[in-house]
Design a protein around this ligand. Structure first.
Ligand SMILES: [Zn+2]
Length: 433
């Protein structure tokens, strides 16, 4: 393996971490609080961001009714694309400017919430799209001031976007999946109503559940914040701070909950306890990775999803697509197996939280034990068996490596130095398990 140890010297590295989290309201029926909470944030006319599928569900009516009860005007934008693009971000920002809104309510999955973040950003601080997009794809400029208030209401149990300052999109002409990352993008509040998971198809729960699990595993095994170079000023500390004691708390519990409830939540849509617990795990893992950052499995997932040829899983709209959580899950075992040497005790602890028998195991067994548990859970809930399961072969690896290298924000958060040679090996070992 050609991954290399990071300089272990703490000299010049950070000595503190920052806890940044949205206000979260969690519980069945919580969507009924949207209007009152919007009014207390000063909203009078809002853009409700959703997609056509969610608009047809009862949760949309709950939100609109609650806003009306608080005499808040709503301009409905339901044209969110399943995977947002530069074009769909532009369209949403234009809608926001034309509608002259003073706040945002997003109701949907990660694509919806990310689109609301982008609409808010570009309507509040107009600029060309590339201005705030992460370097090296965009200019990576800092967002100059606060945004309008945004209440995010997730209807899937995966992305954690409701509690993070990250918005992801496809830059179509550049063939790049990229994003914008800033604490200013973080929604003002998250309203998490676990009833929304009742309407999710089983394999959407499977893919998004694996995303939850990987958020927690990657945040827990990321480079420790004490090994990241100190920021130039305290407020310039990056979102991807590295693993830290605050994020560790949420990661441990999210991993434990995924082990206990994910297979149940996939197997039976009427198992309310299991689906509610996975929604809670998603919230915890979102808060954790919003403060620690994910690493290689997510960086590789952008290439795996972005270069899809003809894979079309059931339960998703037609057209070639590797759902985000699935694109992450097919890489994760390969990464944990290879990187465990850079954080042996942490990988072993994760394996134990996922049900591995760690009695008598040495720390060096952690990577294999953890990878085996992730593979076993993937099999149980119908996640494809490696990147060959979503249509890639050995011949695609150079292209996948080229698609991953621009994700420097994520690769720099790995527990070791990750270069092209390292990625080539990781993809090779991720072909099938
Ligand atoms: Zn994710």
């Amino acid at each position: 393996m050609t991954c290399r140890h990071l300089a272990a010297a703490a000299s010049g590295c950070d000595t503190a971490f920052t806890v940044d989290a949205s206000r979260v309201t969690f519980g069945p029926g919580a969507l009924g609080e949207v209007g009152d909470r919007a009014r207390s944030l000063g909203m009078r006319r809002v853009m409700v961001v959703t997609d056509p599928r969610v608009r047809a569900l009862p949760w949309f009516d709950d939100v609109v009714r609650s806003l009306a009860a608080s005499t808040i005007d709503a301009a409905i934008f339901d044209a969110v694309a399943i995977e947002p693009t530069d074009g769909s971000f532009d369209e949403a920002a234009r809608f926001a400017r034309d509608a002259r809104v003073d706040g945002y309510i997003s109701l949907g999955g990660g694509s919806v919430i990310d689109t609301a973040k982008a609409a808010n950003l570009y309507a509040t601080h107009p600029a060309s799209l590339r201005t705030y997009v992460n370097a090296p794809v965009g200019d990576g400029q800092a967002i100059p001031g606060p945004l309008a208030p945004h209440i995010a209401c997730p209807t899937t149990c995966g992305t954690g976007s409701e509690v993070t300052g990250i918005a992801i999109f496809d830059w179509v002409s550049l063939h790049a999946k990229t994003g914008i990352a800033s604490p200013r993008l973080r929604p003002s509040e998250a309203i998490v109503d676990p009833r929304t998971t009742e309407t999710l198809p089983a394999n959407v729960v499977a893919a998004s559940g694996m995303d939850v699990l990987s958020h927690a595993l990657e945040s827990f095994t990321a480079r420790p914040f004490t090994l990241r170079a100190a920021p130039a000023t305290p407020t310039a500390r990056p979102l991807s701070q590295g693993s830290n004691p605050w994020s560790d708390l949420g990661c441990r519990e999210a991993i434990r909950l995924a082990h206990t409830y994910l297979a149940r939540a996939v197997a039976d849509a009427t198992d309310r306890e299991a689906r509610e617990q996975i929604m809670w795990a998603a919230t915890l893992a979102g808060i954790a990775f919003g403060n620690a950052g994910v690493h290689a499995p997510h960086a590789m997932a952008y290439a795996v999803a972005g270069r899809v040829r003809d894979f079309s899983p059931a339960g998703y709209p037609s057209g070639p697509i590797v759902p985000h959580g699935m694109a992450v899950a097919v890489n994760a075992p390969s990464v944990f197996r290879a990187f465990a040497q850079f954080g042996a005790a942490r990988h072993l602890e994760c394996a134990g939280l996922l049900g591995a028998d760690t009695r008598g195991a040495s720390e060096t067994d952690g990577g294999t034990l953890l990878a085996d548990r992730v593979i076993a859970l993937s099999r149980t809930i119908g996640i494809p068996n490696g990147i060959s399961g979503v249509g890639y072969t050995e011949a695609d690896i150079d292209d996948l490596v080229a698609g991953t290298l621009p994700q420097q924000r994520l690769l720099a958060n790995a527990p070791c130095h990750v270069d092209a040679a390292c990625l080539r090996e990781l993809f090779h070992h991720a072909l099938s398990y």
